[in-house]
Design a protein around this ligand. Structure first.
Ligand SMILES: NC(=O)c1ccc[n+]([C@@H]2O[C@H](COP(=O)([O-])OP(=O)(O)OC[C@H]3O[C@@H](n4cnc5c(N)ncnc54)[C@H](OP(=O)(O)O)[C@@H]3O)[C@@H](O)[C@H]2O)c1
Length: 255
């Protein structure tokens, strides 16, 4: 079994839900990251995260609204100062939104644009901004989440045949995560020659604010299995969408 041992990790939306759970699980690794950048848009309200940071010197809470270019630039500069020539090993594009009721009636341009901004444009621009430091960490002979990788949080609700099967009618969320898959695929092909691995992951239907109380699994199960999946990724993983269990999804069909 491969181990997961990135020296530096950057996680978006780390103040609650799966983002915060990722922070806790990275701390529990046998070789935890030296630098764990936990980004959130309102650090002054991120009580649990700031408490964790006060107990663990490796955590740096970074203020970053993923839709704000100047905050992305400031975060990249801060990370660059800390990691220097070692570069950043792992970027987790976790922050996301899913605020739309089912069906076309409640749909507005504003809601569509908001979902596409948070779920597609933001992760792509964050990847773009962090690529120089990810490339510094890369080693073309070692594709792994411990070396240089980007993981985008996707969903089975991005998969056309799956959404069709369960008759889910959420236009903004499903179409934005579908577009994120395309971003993952294109980016993987563009940056593979540099030694940077890019993959998507579906964390399961999880009991968080977004997943709701009826989710099939809890955060602990989701993220412990995501971490095992990350540990196993290699050169052949780039451009693929994984389930938290480690299975690979066909981009269209789903489970
Ligand atoms: N839960 C599930 O069942 C499930 C299933 C499939 C995929 N996913 C994906 O997994 C990821 C995490 O989901 P979750 O269940 O943890 O969701 P969540 O409980 O709703 O948490 C969402 C996180 O994203 C952050 N966020 C939203 N907009 C942001 C912005 N503009 N800038 C910075 N941060 C922002 C939130 O920060 P604030 O606290 O500031 O709002 C929060 O930390 C998402 O990408 C989601 O699509 C979840």
């Amino acid at each position: 079994m491969c181990t997961l041992s990135p020296k530096s990790v950057f996680i978006t939306g780390a103040n609650r839900g799966l983002g915060l759970e990722f922070v806790k699980h990275f701390l529990r690794l046998a070789n935890p990251p030296t630098h764990l950048f936990a980004a959130c848009r309102k650090p002054d309200q991120a009580t649990e995260l700031t408490q964790l940071a006060s107990e663990n010197g490796s955590i740096r809470v970074v203020k970053m609204d993923v839709t704000q270019d100047e905050e992305i630039a400031a975060a990249v500069a801060e990370v660059g100062k800390v990691v220097g020539d070692d570069g950043l090993n792992l970027l987790l594009n976790n922050a996301g939104v899913n605020q739309q009721e089912q069906g076309i009636e409640p749909l507005t341009r504003e809601k569509m644009n908001y979902h596409f901004d948070c779920n597609v444009t933001a992760p792509l621009l964050i990847c773009k901004a962090f690529l120089p430091t990810l490339r510094r960490a890369a080693d073309k002979t070692e594709f792994s989440c411990s070396r240089a990788a980007i993981i985008n949080l996707s969903s089975t609700l991005s998969l056309i045949n799956y959404v069709n099967k369960i008759n889910d009618l959420r236009y903004p969320y499903n179409s934005s995560k579908c577009a994120l898959n395309m971003v993952t695929d294109i980016l993987a092909r563009e940056v593979s020659p540099d030694g940077v691995l890019v993959a998507g992951i579906h964390p399961g239907w999880v009991r968080t604010d977004m997943g709701g109380p009826n989710g099939m699994i809890d955060k602990e199960e989701s993220i412990s299995k995501c971490m095992n999946t990350f540990a196993a990724l290699n050169k052949d993983s780039s451009g693929l969408l994984y389930s938290y269990t480690g299975d690979i999804f066909d981009w269209n069909s789903g489970p």
